[in-house]
Design a protein around this ligand. Structure first.
Ligand code: HEC
Length: 160
């Protein structure tokens, strides 16, 4: 898969060199707001007009029936909460490593970045497996909840 990624990267660079526009993929799933993936790695535009609330985001991150992010990720700023997993990379310094748009795509549909990832897609209604009937047609997180979590992730810098 690595080669495919490198080839795609080369194509993107070639397009940039020619001054061509970014490659934009429009996504519209049943029951969800439409959004745009740019160059296969970022959703630069927020899903809602209302800015995310980092406090609510932190709560969603630790809530098991919502984000449940700590099941897989360590976040030192949330050390008051027990049981941080290490299945995914530590997010203590994620704001230094990823742009807001890259975080948004990870949450909405991480399979775009890595088709083999075990991280759940939090803003999808289609292409999901093992979904209980009462949850079918609904994303795990609402558009505003996604923005709240991003607002929280943007505060995560190791130096602070
Ligand atoms: C079932 C485990 C699991 C859960 C739950 C999970 N993730 Fe992940 N996450 C991963 C794995 C594994 C990766 C590594 C990259 C990959 O697999 O593509 C990852 C990658 C990431 C990345 C990219 C980090 C980087 O430095 O590249 C971010 C950001 C992220 N997750 C945020 C979250 C947030 C926020 C939540 C909760 C809403 C969450 N994850 C829930 C497993 C999980």
């Amino acid at each position: 898969m690595r080669t495919a990624g490198l080839v795609a990267g080369g194509v993107a660079l070639a397009l940039l060199a020619q001054g061509a526009a970014a490659e934009v993929t429009k996504v519209q799933e049943k029951g969800l707001k439409p959004y745009e993936i740019v160059d296969g790695h970022t959703i630069p535009k927020p899903l809602t007009d209302k800015p995310g609330d980092p406090k609510r985001g932190a709560k969603l991150v630790v809530t098991r029936k919502k984000g449940n992010c700590l099941a897989c990720h360590k976040i030192q700023q949330l050390n008051d909460f027990p049981f941080h997993g290490n299945i995914g990379p530590e997010l203590t310094d994620v704001a230094s490593n990823l742009t807001e748009g890259e975080m948004r795509l990870r949450l909405v549909n991480p399979k775009v970045v890595n088709p083999d990832t075990i991280m759940p897609a939090f803003y999808r209604t289609e292409g999901l497996h093992r979904v209980m009937k009462k949850f079918q047609g609904k994303p795990v997180l609402t558009d505003q909840e996604i923005e709240d979590i991003i607002a929280f992730l943007k505060t995560l810098k190791a130096s602070q």
